[in-house]
Design a protein around this ligand. Structure first.
Ligand code: NOJ
Length: 528
């Protein structure tokens, strides 16, 4: 029998490094800052830490523009700090996955600097170059995620280079075998250093149509860059044939080290995501459709059911992400938003697969509020009127006081005007009914319940305002309405967790408080 993989039982936690904890007063989170806060992660009960990019980088896209895949930017610390982090996490039974950005490099990467020497440079073909289109403009109609065309003219050679993100993030040419073998070595470098796996940035990108054909264009062109990007049909630039083969190749390297490959497969259709977690490809893929459901029972039920059916226990379920609004904001903000986010997290924790928190989700945080002129995300800074991603990236509030304990200096991004002492780790740790106390308890309950050992997929029950499913001896029921609701459960079943208020079983019914999820266990079912 194959032993079960180590990540199966984990709850994941995204450390958005710039905003986690600053140890040296420069206002930017760093690796020693993470090391100082490991007790918090340990007490919370998360086991799988995803660390966002720490590589040398001009930070045009906050680190997702990598200038050297084997180094650490001095702003964040040193390679020795990464080694220490691996050791300290392992000593506590936790694991570390690092962010790998294979779709593009920084324009300051040595490969791109060399490629700019011209068509005969040995590194030219590491990137995607094309002559101007018939009208003298960009070679095709592809747009960048972050606004404007996906092509920038290199005046020296008269050719355009491709960048699906910023012009400072030139796309690598994955049709070039040399690029493939460079990345084989980069993977080995990190696995040999002891990191436990990789979160693969825009894993559905990389391969493009060799003929660079136009994408079918939308009738209306929204002005917001991300909306415009979404309005195109990405027939030729995303999710192309052959991309999964890259992961099959990587998987062989990962398996030599028992390492995890977790893809950021940002496709709306879970059926498309499923192809990436085929046998022999990635072990896990984020299923981002769950970030799209509003606080509506039918929507949540349908979204979760479709995602679980397609991706099952190969899914990683993000409650929030540094690219989208936090769950508490998506669900309306304020106390209701927080309560709903905790209810949603409870559902995700009962599904097959690996739930993921973004730092601060354990505090029930909504997005931090900053002024427009404080925005730093290139989406907001470079596109008039566009909503950026700064709100979910504001620093973690650790304790009451200046900068809420995140830094002794001035935070690179304000902590958020809406933050209060009650949002901080220090206060919530000492408050019985705080989001932090609830979430820590939820994760402890999840460890006891071991839902990853349950073979059955969810059987959807309930209806109306109750989103509920049964898996073996476990029942999860989320009441999307504001009034309490009842669901019948087997005699002898007991409530093991409620995300808010109190839940009880009486006369074969569990009473679910409004805007809460309860977990109920039927011990008798376990014995049959
Ligand atoms: C996805 C990352 O999560 C996001 O923050 C980044 O801007 C893009 N990929 C480009 O690397």
């Amino acid at each position: 029998m194959t032993p079960s993989p180590w990540w199966e039982r984990a709850v994941g936690y995204e450390v958005y490094l710039r905003s986690f904890s600053d140890s040296d007063g420069d206002g930017i989170g760093d690796l020693p800052g993470v090391l100082e806060r490991l007790d918090h992660l340990d007490e919370l009960g998360v086991e799988l830490i995803w660390l966002t990019p720490f590589y040398p980088s001009p930070q045009a896209d906050h680190g997702y523009d990598v200038a050297d895949y084997r180094g650490v930017d001095p702003t964040f610390g040193s390679l020795e700090d990464v080694d220490r982090l691996v050791d300290e996490l392992h000593a506590r039974g936790m694991r570390l996955i690092v962010d790998l950005v294979p779709n593009h490099t920084s324009d300051r990467h040595a490969w791109f600097r060399s490629a700019l020497n011209g068509p005969d440079d040995p590194y030219r073909d590491y990137y995607v170059w094309a002559d101007p289109g018939p009208d003298g403009g960009p070679p095709n109609n592809w747009v960048s995620h972050f606004g404007g065309p996906a092509w920038t003219l290199d005046e020296a050679s008269g050719q355009y280079y491709l960048h699906l993100f910023l012009p400072e993030q030139p796309d690598l040419n994955w049709a070039n075998p040399a690029v493939r073998s460079e990345f084989d070595d980069i993977l080995r470098f990190w696995f040999e250093r002891g990191v436990d796996g990789l979160r693969i940035d825009v894993a559905h990108s990389l391969v493009i149509d060799p003929r660079l054909r136009d994408n079918p264009a939308p009738g209306d062109r929204p002005t917001d860059p991300r909306e415009l990007f979404a309005a195109f049909e990405h027939r030729h630039d995303l999710d192309q044939p052959g991309v999964v083969d890259i992961y099959r190749r990587w998987r062989k390297i990962a398996d030599e080290h028992d390492a995890l490959l977790l893809g950021e497969v940002y496709l709306v259709d879970p059926g498309r995501v499923a192809r990436y977690v085929d046998d022999g490809a990635l072990q896990l893929a984020f299923c981002f459709s769950v970030l799209k459901a509003g606080w509506d029972a039918a929507e949540i039920r349908q979204t979760l059911a479709r995602a679980v059916t397609a991706v099952g226990d190969r899914a990683a379920w993000p409650l929030s992400s540094h690219d989208e609004a936090r769950a508490a904001s998506r669900f309306g903000g304020g106390p209701a938003g927080t309560r709903r986010a905790l209810a949603y997290l409870t559902l995700l924790c009962a599904l097959p697969g690996v739930p993921f928190l973004l730092q601060g989700d354990e505090l029930g945080l909504a997005d931090g509020r900053i002024d427009r002129d404080e925005a730093t995300d290139p989406i907001a800074v470079r596109n008039r009127g566009a909503t950026g991603r700064d709100g979910s990236r504001t620093p973690v509030p650790w304790a009451p006081g200046p900068a809420l304990g995140f830094t002794d200096g001035t935070p690179w991004l304000p902590v958020g005007r809406n933050r209060t002492p009650a949002d901080t780790v220090a206060v919530q740790r000492d408050t019985a009914d705080s989001p932090l106390s609830r979430v820590s308890r939820l994760l402890a309950v999840r460890r006891d319940l071991a839902p990853w050992t349950i073979d059955e997929p969810p059987e959807w029950i309930g209806g109306g305002r109750l989103v509920a499913f049964r898996r073996g001896r476990l029942t999860a029921a989320c009441n999307v309405g504001s009034e309490p609701a009842a669901l019948s459960v087997p005699a002898g079943a007991r409530v093991v967790y409620a995300s808010a208020g109190e839940a009880t079983v009486a006369d074969g019914l569990v009473r679910v408080p409004g805007e809460a999820t309860v977990l109920v266990v039927d011990d008798a079912a376990g014995r049959s």
